[in-house]
Design a protein around this ligand. Sequence first.
Ligand SMILES: C[S@@+](CC[C@H](N)C(=O)[O-])C[C@H]1O[C@@H](n2cnc3c(N)ncnc32)[C@H](O)[C@@H]1O
Length: 252
Amino acid sequence: MSSTYTQRHPPHTGTPSREESLATYERLAPEYAGPAHATTRALERLSIEAYRHAQPLARAARDRPDVLELGAGAGALTALLLPEQARGRLLVTDPAPGMLARLRPLLVEHERVDLRQATADVALQEGGGDADVVIAGLADPFLTPELLRTALARLHQDSVLFVTVPSRSWALAEREGRLHIPLESTRFRLLDGTELRATSWTYDEDELEKLCADCGFLPIEAGTCTDDSPAGGEEPAAEVAWVLAKPRVAGV
Ligand SMILES: C[S@@+](CC[C@H](N)C(=O)[O-])C[C@H]1O[C@@H](n2cnc3c(N)ncnc32)[C@H](O)[C@@H]1O
């Protein structure tokens, strides 16, 4: 384990608790997919772009079809997974009931798809052992070394893991530079003006690869997607890092 990660985990003071983060996403759910949350939309577009770049992932999903999605939110990546889910099963998970309510209409026509309320660690413990592909788009609320070690223990030797997160470089400029909030937290302003916070672990591409390697995964492919037409003003261009990895050693 590198010193970078031991310094950053567990959260330092000022970082929202797990409970606060879960409550934030639940309150945010009804308006999560709306245009008012422009930064989230920009990160989501980049996360989708990253998924499309990860060609080996598409092959893995076709060849070994049981897929587990963690923290599916309003379904930005779920919508891309559904057409690929011709043969296997897709288990879509999120801890926020409000997000599940947004996901349900997306899934009604699809027989091989299940929806379950679960945090990422519980989803991996309960469903991870069967998964050939684990997907977590914008996994910043929960992507810690502990979570990756849980994934390693549960996945089989041929599973692949695909993760996207906001880049740490972007978070430094946006949070510390512009918003003056802790690096490991994000802030949402609801339509009624209420401000909510959630934990957000961000990594640059090399850090994400190192995190995976430190936790027993072998990175297959990694990348960075940067918004090439940012809104302008003082806001830094949104950026997402991603990795596709597989267990380096056998799980249990
Ligand atoms: C930034 S959103 C990403 C949603 C979606 N995957 C996407 O790519 O747009 C993060 C999601 O993680 C969920 N979440 C928060 N804490 C979590 C946890 N401990 N385990 C799993 N999901 C969590 C939230 O409810 C939210 O839906």
